[in-house]
Design a protein around this ligand. Structure first.
Ligand code: FAD
Ligand code: DHB
Length: 392
């Protein structure tokens, strides 16, 4: 068995774990990243696409936003479509000039991995963490299995950045952990297609047949989503059916069709809201999807994960370098305040845009949508939350 020592053992090389590693490296705090999957796998995993205003600025400030600034697509508005009519929400006019940036999550992951490897920071891909031990002692231990056998990492702190199915939250005893959860009666079928985006801005559409979202990745690649039953399978959705349904749900009189093209990637994701409290147990700190999940309708998951890391990195550096434990003591409460605001916004967007079998609920959804397009105050709340809920 191989044994290593470090200051912070980071479980997971998603956006959260990689950004934490980067910030600790910059502050001179030794760390090791342990990732179950291969580098190729995490660099190709297609997921989020919208990065908030403050998060983009923060990434740039810490030297991780160079390609993001160059290649990311800055958006000043989004469209809300319902009752076959489209309404623009002028995000930057309503949110004090703030914008959002469309940039694939895997592109940010690639950038952070490249920065890490350039510094020679220890990164173990294909290492599955199987146990976290002695979390309430002074020297916690992380046990992992890699291609060459077992690895034992002794550290001062463990950062659980291992996503929603990881080992970190499971290591917190049931008597300490409170889990708040809601499952929604729909899922999203997402595709990535080689097709020039039909519009310049994102479109969130509520149609009687279900939700649809038009997004993009570049001038030649579109990213689209359809709300489907949680029991749906990809086999039931051949390409023709996907395009037909997207055209039905997104059509308006002035733009009846979306641009079609070969589908490069497709997946179905269930929609859930989860909050785990507290986000700390002894010397284990959990961050990102490991601690909370939001349904994707508000585009908040990755932004929240990166927001947690900003708080966590400062807290760990203060503790390790200056022996100051105040930020670490406050870590969970500081994050949860923002996490619940993101849960509220994601729940609001989800419930407003996914038609229901319940007529009363549908009436409420219409009233909410009409309020957003009729009231500058309502649109302002939406725009501020959408552009910069994390306020980094
Ligand atoms: P992850 O990205 O899940 O990373 C966790 C890592 O830990 C993974 O690499 C995993 O392999 C690894 N791991 C797990 N278990 C172990 C183990 N035992 N040992 C070692 N490694 C382990 N968010 C937004 O902000 N904007 C959006 O527009 C948006 N759209 C989305 C659309 C879809 C369809 C989906 C599915 C999600 C979307 N999200 C969005 C959410 C976003 O993708 C997640 O919130 C984000 O990936 C969270 O990052 P993370 O680093 O916390 O977790
Ligand atoms: C994308 C994903 C989202 O969840 C969202 O709300 C908006 C855009 C995207 O993948 O581009």
């Amino acid at each position: 068995m191989e044994e290593v020592r470090t200051q912070v053992a980071i479980v997971g090389a998603g956006p959260a774990g990689l950004l934490l590693g980067h910030l600790l490296e910059r502050a001179g705090v030794a760390n090791v990243v342990l990732e179950h999957r291969s580098r190729e796998y995490v660099e190709q995993r297609v997921r989020a696409g919208v990065i908030e205003y403050g998060v983009v600025n923060f990434l740039e400030e810490v030297g991780a936003g160079e390609r993001l600034r160059r290649e990311g697509l800055t958006h000043h508005g989004v469209e809300l479509r319902f009752d076959h009519t489209t309404h623009r929400v002028a995000l930057s006019d309503l949110a004090d000039g703030k914008t959002i940036t469309v940039y694939g999550q895997q592109e940010l992951v690639k950038d952070l991995i490249a920065l890490r490897l350039a510094l020679g920071a220890p990164t173990r891909f294909e290492h599955e963490v199987v146990a976290l031990e002695d979390l309430t002692g002074t020297t916690p231990v992380v046990r992992a299995k890699g291609p060459e056998g077992e690895l034992r990492v002794e550290c001062e702190f463990v950062a659980g950045c291992d996503g929603s199915f990881g080992v970190a939250t499971r290591s917190i005893p049931g008597s300490t952990l409170r889990r708040h959860e809601r499952t929604y009666p729909f899922a999203w079928l997402g595709i990535l297609a080689e097709a020039a985006p039909t519009t310049e801005e994102l479109i969130y559409a509520r149609h009687e047949r279900g939700f649809a979202l038009y997004s993009m990745r570049s001038p030649t690649v579109s990213r689209l989503y359809l709300g489907v039953e949680p029991s749906e399978t990809l086999e039931a959705w051949p390409d023709d059916r996907i395009w037909e349904e997207l055209n039905l749900r997104l059509a308006t009189e002035s733009s009846p069709n979306v641009n079609e093209g070969p589908i490069m990637e497709r997946s179905i994701t269930a929609m859930r809201s989860v909050v785990c409290e507290p986000m700390r147990y002894g010397r284990l700190l959990v961050a990102g999807d490991a601690a909370h999940i939001v349904p994707p309708t508000g585009a908040k998951g990755m932004n929240l994960a990166l927001g947690d890391i900003r708080v966590l990195a400062r807290a760990l550096v203060a503790q390790i370098r200056e022996g100051d434990n105040r930020l670490l003591e406050a870590y969970s409460a500081t994050c949860l305040e923002r996490v619940w605001r993101a849960e509220e916004f994601s729940n609001y967007m989800t419930q407003m845009l996914h038609p229901s079998n319940d007529d009363f609920e549908n009436g409420v959804q219409h009233a909410r949508l009409r309020q957003v397009v009729a009231s500058r105050e309502a649109a302002t709340v939406l725009a501020r939350n959408y552009c910069d809920l994390n306020g980094l």
